[in-house]
Design a protein around this ligand. Structure first.
Ligand code: OSB
Ligand code: MG
Length: 369
């Protein structure tokens, strides 16, 4: 794969419904897409950095800058045998994992197209169908949230995750369990608590949760281990797992019993596969997280979710939950059983709509050799 050029684009897409977490509300996405042009092949990647540096230090403007100045020039002109060979070319740049992932993942897509095989097969996946859950943000009222849960259950989703924060937690979980005592339910705090809340967090144990996601600091797994010893509920780590070494340390410390893998957070498919394998060795299940992706990132999440240790329903759900019109064809659809059928074509199996992307583009830059 001779990499000839890389095109970066920023597109704007309003969300069908706002998405609110403990760090704020998002109503519209600024999405950074990467298009890698190789001799005889091409691939798309999505940078999952947010509009603000709230979920992580990275945000769309730092990602754009580091990609155009450092990451794209580090690979353009190179002839790679495999996509994963870009990893050492990026290693001089510290952090900036979401930016690295966008380029690496585009190269994986290009490699799968060049080889004429599905991306999921190239990644080592085996499932023909993946299990889907939904992540439901904080709403203006509990009744509004219950209405949303009802809609998603009726659509077939296999697991409901709700966002929590102080003041929107025990009261909310109580109402959900009163109405649906048996559904697969989890919550995600996005680091909204500290160890002084331990007695409060213990009340979550009453709700038979599948997991409590990232209750404490985004950069911690040591104190999470202490909290895990105090709780019956299983902790799942999201923000604080950046790479395979973090996963290994967190598991050794028993800081969590489940890990959420987001391919952007961990710098790309290569590291995601590594974390997947470590968790499998420890008999710890993983699931695929989401970052309000467009169809490009969503298609990559579908492919990753086919690996055998993705044993729990992921935050990979239908395009129409987010977008009036997605930028891939077909859009990502979910069956009444709450599954996504994995495409069998080469690449992701989701064609990127160049025409629509062109219309939505507000910023574009091409990096050539
Ligand atoms: O913590 O999983 C999270 C969205 C943005 C930032 C962080 C998170 C999320 C989600 C959304 O939960 C998952 C989705 O894409 O539906
Ligand atoms: Mg999370």
């Amino acid at each position: 794969m001779k990499i000839e050029s890389i095109t970066l684009r920023e597109i704007h897409m309003p969300l069908v419904h706002f998405f609110e977490t403990s760090f704020g509300r998002t109503t519209s996405r600024r999405i950074l897409l990467v298009h890698v042009h190789c001799a005889g092949s091409e691939g798309w990647g999505e940078c999952v950095a947010g509009e603000d540096p709230f979920y992580s230090e990275e945000w769309i403007d730092t990602a754009w800058s580091v990609m155009t100045r450092y990451l794209a020039p580090a690979v353009v002109g190179h002839d790679l045998g495999r996509a994963r060979e870009c990893v050492p070319l990026f290693s001089r740049v510290r952090g900036n994992r979401m930016a690295k992932a966008a380029i690496e993942n585009a190269l994986w897509e290009a490699e799968s197209l060049e080889k004429g095989i599905p991306l999921w097969k190239l990644l080592g996946g085996s499932r023909s169908e993946i299990a889907c859950g939904v992540s439901i943000g904080i709403q203006d009222s509990v009744d509004q949230l219950l209405g949303k849960i009802e809609t998603e259950l009726a659509a077939g989703y296999q697991r409901i995750k709700v966002k929590v924060k102080p003041g929107w937690d025990v009261n909310v979980l109580e109402r959900i369990r009163l109405r649906w005592p048996d559904i697969l339910l989890s919550c995600d705090a996005n680091s909204a608590y500290t160890m002084s809340d331990v007695e409060h967090l213990k009340m979550f144990d009453r709700f038979n949760l599948l997991m409590i996601e990232q209750p404490l600091w985004n950069d911690d797994f040591y104190v999470h281990a202490r909290l895990q010893r105090e709780l019956k509920s299983t902790i799942c780590l999201d923000e604080s797992i950046h790479n395979a070494r973090d996963a290994e340390a967190a598991l050794e410390l028993r800081a969590c019993g489940i890990i959420n893998i987001k391919v952007g957070r961990v710098s790309g498919f290569s590291e995601a596969l590594h974390i997947h394998d470590i968790c499998q060795t420890h008999d710890v299940p993983v699931w695929c997280g989401g970052m309000l992706e467009s169809g490009v990132g969503r298609a990559h999440n579908v492919a990753l979710s086919t690996l055998s240790n993705f044993k729990l329903p992921g935050d990979v759900s239908a395009s129409k939950r987010y977008w009036k019109e997605d930028i891939v064809d077909p859009e990502v659809v979910v069956s009444p059983q709450g599954t996504i059928k994995v495409p069998t074509q080469a690449g992701t199996g989701f064609r990127v709509r160049n025409d629509l992307i062109e219309k939505l583009t507000v910023r574009k830059e091409v990096v050539r050799g």
